[in-house]
Write a protein that binds this ligand. Structure first.
Ligand code: AMP
Length: 284
């Protein structure tokens, strides 16, 4: 595996690969890699001739300076892991390499960014759309791999790909969890041992809510989730929403919807975690 830090170097490699008819799979990440990332990389290695992974902690998508500063950075370990999953190129640029000038681009995603992560993290999806657009232009992948863990991000990127006519296929993989249900996340590394024990409560709350979807009105389910989590002093719920799985718009009533997504964001101590469950209402 080759490690590349310069945009110009990667552009030259990509040009030669495409010229040689190679199909390129791309997995954009912020590093501190775990099994959630690795499943995407394995899939890319299986389904494409060449796999490129980017590790870039993108400053423009952080609306909180300390979250950016404290985000885990483990490039050496990431490099070793990437060598085990068939990755051909690791692109690990500096912030200056990606943003030689401050970006002033503004994206708008309408209703899609007015809710949940978009509502609670102002500017977040603008930063995501900016960096994903830059990376897609540099890497020019045939396929790009994303995780359902960041459900709203997938919807935003899908709209970006359609809106800007990127010539690539988006591939989405389910959330990988720890044995106790906690969704794997690079931020889990920042949890204390006690907080780590509490963190699966988020997934438990999603499961309880899902089991009640046919039994109780949405408002009752939402207040039960809030009450359940309030019992833990270290957990501060930011939002819990039941939304249409495609539009991601919050629902007052699930009737008439085939599939809904249950989405949660909460602080466990100082660490902000998100999770979601897709529920097919015909199957429960
Ligand atoms: P990140 O490094 O957090 O920006 O994530 C890079 C990619 O990996 C994104 O598409 C995420 O949705 C995906 N991802 C992160 N955690 C998981 C997980 N636990 N399961 C599946 N995909 C994940």
């Amino acid at each position: 595996m080759e490690v590349i830090e310069q945009v110009s170097a990667l552009r030259a490699i990509v040009a030669a690969l495409r010229c040689g008819g190679k199909r390129i799979g791309f997995v954009p990440t912020m590093g501190a890699l775990h099994e959630g990332h690795l499943q995407l990389l394995r899939a890319s290695a299986r389904e494409n001739d060449i796999t490129i992974c980017s590790v870039f902690v993108n400053p423009t998508q952080f609306n909180n300076a300390s979250d950016y500063k404290l985000y885990p950075r483990t490039l050496e370990q990431d490099t070793r892991l990437l060598q085990t999953v068939g990755c051909d190129y690791l692109f690990a640029p500096s912030a200056e390499e990606i943003y030689p000038q401050q970006s002033v681009l503004q994206f708008s995603f309408g209703a899609l960014e007015a809710v949940m992560e978009g509502e609670h993290r102002p500017g977040h999806f603008n930063g995501v759309a900016t960096v994903v657009s830059k990376l897609f232009h540099i890497v020019q992948p045939h396929r790009a791999y994303f995780g359902q863990k960041d459900l709203q991000q997938v919807a935003i990127v899908r709209q970006l790909v359609q809106g800007l006519s990127f010539d690539l296929e988006l591939v989405c993989f389910p959330t990988v969890r720890e044995a106790d249900g906690l969704a794997m996340s690079s931020r889990n590394k920042r949890l204390s041992e006690a907080q780590r024990q509490l963190a699966p409560q988020l997934y438990l709350a999603l499961q309880t809510a899902a089991a009640n979807l046919h039994q109780k009105p949405i408002n009752a389910i939402k207040s039960e989730v809030a009450q359940q989590l309030q019992q833990e002093e270290e957990i501060k719920l930011e939002y819990f929403e039941i939304v249409d799985s495609l539009t991601l718009q919050p629902l007052q009533d699930v009737s008439g919807h085939d599939e809904v997504a249950l989405c949660i964001a909460a602080f466990v101590g100082e660490v902000r975690l998100i999770d979601n469950l897709l529920v097919n209402l015909k199957e429960i």
